[in-house]
Design a protein around this ligand. Sequence first.
Ligand SMILES: [Zn+2]
Length: 259
Amino acid sequence: MRRKLERLVDLSPMVAVGGMAGAVALGLAVPAHSQSFGDILGSAKKVAQAATVSDAQIVSYFSQMSVEMDRQNTVATAKNPYAVRLAKLTTGLASYDGLNLNIKAYLANDVNAFAMGDGTVRVYSGLMDKMTDDEVRCVIGHEIGHVKLDHGKKRMKMALQKDAALSVAGTASSGVRRLASSELGGLIGNAINAQHSQAAETAADDYALSFMAAKSYPQPACATAMDKLAALGGGGGIGLLRTHPDPAQRAKRMRAKIK
Ligand SMILES: [Zn+2]
């Protein structure tokens, strides 16, 4: 069953776009996650526990979140035109910078994309409709940048610190717990609603430019991708605009950098 999400997750949205949120688009709903342990003692305890969450646990949580996102969205099957195009434009990207990538398209009318710390990359068909292959590549590069620069991991830790039940779950043992769908929804919501800092977005944009150069893709595509986001205006219903800084400014900065 599908729930409505108010915002998506941009665990690492790209460029400009930032985040993933799209009200419209995602079809994910974030269940309201109540904080059960609100007392001071409990809060102090959960912060201490969250600090001990291991990287392995975080990657496991990302994987579980990816599975949940795929469950709640329509993943383009192999023969779908979006899947075919995405596979073609990401040829040679099975791995990059030490990260094993799992790249798929969501059939959803939002201009959005995200990446998670387990290497999952999802690109919305709504974004593919607006952008050229090279522009889509730049967005993917931006998202990978968030992952490689550990921005998503920081978000995950923040989300765990906000949620007593999850932080406790994460530290119950050195092992990893399988989270319930409702818990994942809360985690996805927290991660998605949090925005990356301006500094993190700038770093992800720079990473995207390096990614383009490393793969011999044209860097100006990053600037034109931003131009397109800027032209979409508003931002209320557009995932990348919701969570990312002003695309016009980003385009300007990247153009200066390319020169
Ligand atoms: Zn971003």
